[in-house]
Write a protein that binds this ligand. Structure first.
Ligand SMILES: *[C@@H]1O[C@H](CO)[C@@H](O)[C@H](O)[C@H]1NC(C)=O
Ligand SMILES: *[C@@H]1O[C@H](CO)[C@@H](O)[C@H](O)[C@H]1NC(C)=O
Ligand SMILES: *[C@@H]1O[C@H](CO)[C@@H](O)[C@H](O)[C@H]1NC(C)=O
Ligand SMILES: *[C@@H]1O[C@H](CO)[C@@H](O)[C@H](O)[C@H]1NC(C)=O
Ligand SMILES: *[C@@H]1O[C@H](CO)[C@@H](O)[C@H](O)[C@H]1NC(C)=O
Ligand SMILES: *[C@@H]1O[C@H](CO)[C@@H](O)[C@H](O)[C@H]1NC(C)=O
Ligand SMILES: *[C@@H]1O[C@H](CO)[C@@H](O)[C@H](O)[C@H]1NC(C)=O
Length: 427
């Protein structure tokens, strides 16, 4: 640049002296003086600058921008190489360390000018105010942008009243988070559920009682009648919620079910009342498909016991019939098993076919019997020719129909014509 300028000037003027002078001036600029000082992000010159060139050794005094504090000599010196020599001499100011009672301040990076912090409250407290704040210039220093928020404790309404009972919480207008009350029932009522409930928060701000308050109910279980049983504990005669009974069986009998039972909220024993079964009897009933027991005076439950020699009669359910022509009975044998039973089989009614015949003609068919349908001459089977009596007492697939079909053959051409019923009668 300087050389280019120099060669141009050379042409314009022929004076050698002038040329020498110019070279000296240009060289001085290259080696010593400084241009305008750099624009600093943290400070600016105390006095306004009008010059664009500064002599080597020039010192400029600076002052820190608002929000910055001086940490070193705030001068820029034009050094011998023509550059401004300085070290960073202003630093961002730090905002005070904020405190949030019952909450947490999250410092994202630091507390210096321009930084942001976030607030959150502990469980059971909710925030009033801004959730974030920024360190910014305020007056001569720096401080947080919004007024700092507060964490306010969540509250519950008074605990619910219950019938036939009361709570221990007194009579306040509000109950703070985590407070708890305990319910008691009036005499002769049993407390079902949790006796204590506490104030919790839902959706961060809403105070709710949890769990649901208990209910007070009159619960009565009656002393169970268990033949051949010995009551070990729980002698009754009346029992209320959670009362228990322990039973054993007399000698020669064994317990079926649980020996420990509780009076439950539905006024019933749980698990179900056990029974004492003779070690010398048949217990489980034989399982006979499609049959029902003839005598209902036996309570034919799982816990029932049947002495050796007991004979039980049964019937096939409607739509079923005995496989063998033998009496339908089972007897408890010496080895405590039942004699084998005469099974019941499924029946299907005779399918009705108009203009057709069945391969086997009977009033009833048993599963899994098959029947083939043959239509009268001139009629064709619409559907399956062969059907099976199924377990559901229906034919499978559907019972077919016989429909009038006249076939005439003209050479290679076969024509099928469906006619009306009268046509068939005429023939
Ligand atoms: C202040 O400047 C001096 C010399 O320029 C340097 O040695 C020192 O480290 C600086 N101090 C800070 C805090 O930057
Ligand atoms: C800048 O000035 C300091 C003294 O003020 C000096 O020690 C340092 O060498 C100078 N830096 C340059 C690059 O000239
Ligand atoms: C009672 O509360 C406890 C603890 O809060 C809980 O574990 C239990 O499931 C509750 N019981 C009922 C019946 O709600
Ligand atoms: C909490 O919020 C859910 C979904 O927004 C709402 O269904 C529920 O009713 C709220 N709970 C309370 C106590 O307001
Ligand atoms: C059979 O049990 C029912 C209840 O399951 C009862 O009402 C009935 O009285 C009992 N019958 C006999 C004969 O024990
Ligand atoms: C029980 O006794 C009967 C007749 O005595 C016999 O047929 C059957 O096989 C016996 N069953 C067992 C499981 O021993
Ligand atoms: C009845 O027909 C079906 C299918 O055609 C066959 O699988 C089945 O063995 C037949 N049953 C009897 C008892 O013939």
């Amino acid at each position: 640049m300087a050389a280019l300028l120099f060669s141009r000037l050379w042409k314009v003027s022929n004076s050698t002296l002038f040329q020498m002078m110019l070279v000296t001036v240009l060289l001085a600029t290259v080696l010593g003086d400084c241009g305008p000082p750099p624009k600093l992000p943290f400070a600016s010159p105390i006095n306004p600058l009008y010059d664009t060139e500064f002599k080597t050794g020039t010192t400029l005094k600076y002052t820190c921008h608002p929000g910055y504090g001086k940490i070193n000599s705030s001068r820029l010196i034009c050094d011998a190489k023509g550059s401004w020599n300085y070290s960073i001499f202003c630093a961002k100011k730090r905002c005070r360390n904020p405190e949030l009672i019952n909450g947490i301040v999250e410092v994202k990076k630091d507390l210096l000018l321009g930084s942001t912090i976030e607030f959150s409250c502990s469980e059971g407290f909710f925030l009033i105010g801004s959730t974030t704040s920024r360190c910014q210039i305020q007056g001569k220093g720096v401080d947080w942008s919004d007024p700092l928020p507060e964490c306010v404790i969540a509250k519950c309404e008074p605990p619910p009243d219950i019938r036939n009972g009361k709570h221990s919480g007194g009579d306040r207008e509000f109950y703070p988070y985590a407070s708890s009350v305990t319910y008691t029932c009036n005499p002769y009522f049993s407390l079902i559920g949790n006796a204590s409930i506490s104030c919790t928060v839902e959706n961060k701000t809403i105070g709710v009682w949890s769990p649901h308050p208990p209910v007070c109910e009159k619960i009565v279980c009656h002393r169970p009648q268990i033949p051949k049983a010995i009551f070990v504990s729980g002698f009754g005669p009346l029992y209320t919620y959670k009362d228990s009974i322990v039973v054993n069986c007399e000698e020669g009998y064994s317990l079926r079910g649980s020996s420990l039972i509780y009076c439950e909220a539905n006024n019933e024993w749980y698990p179900s009342v056990p029974s004492c079964v003779s070690m010398d009897a048949c217990t489980d009933l034989p399982d006979i498909s499609y049959a029902s027991w003839e005598r209902n005076d036996y309570n034919l439950s799982d816990h029932e016991i049947f002495e050796i020699g007991t004979e039980l009669k049964y019937l096939c359910k409607p739509g079923y019939r005995a496989v063998l022509d033998e009496p339908l009975t089972v007897t408890c044998q010496e080895n405590l098993t039942w004699t084998s039973s005469n099974e019941c089989e499924t029946l299907c009614l005779k399918p009705e076919i108009v203009n057709g015949r069945l391969s086997v003609d009977k009033d009833q068919y048993v599963e899994p019997e098959n029947v083939t349908i043959k239509c009268d001459s001139g009629y064709g089977v619409i559907g399956s020719k062969s059907i099976t009596c199924s377990e559901t007492r229906t034919w499978y697939p559907e019972v077919p129909r016989c429909e009038w079909v006249e076939s005439v053959t003209f050479g290679l051409l076969s024509v099928q014509v469906n006619m009306y019923h009268e046509a068939c009668i005429r023939e």
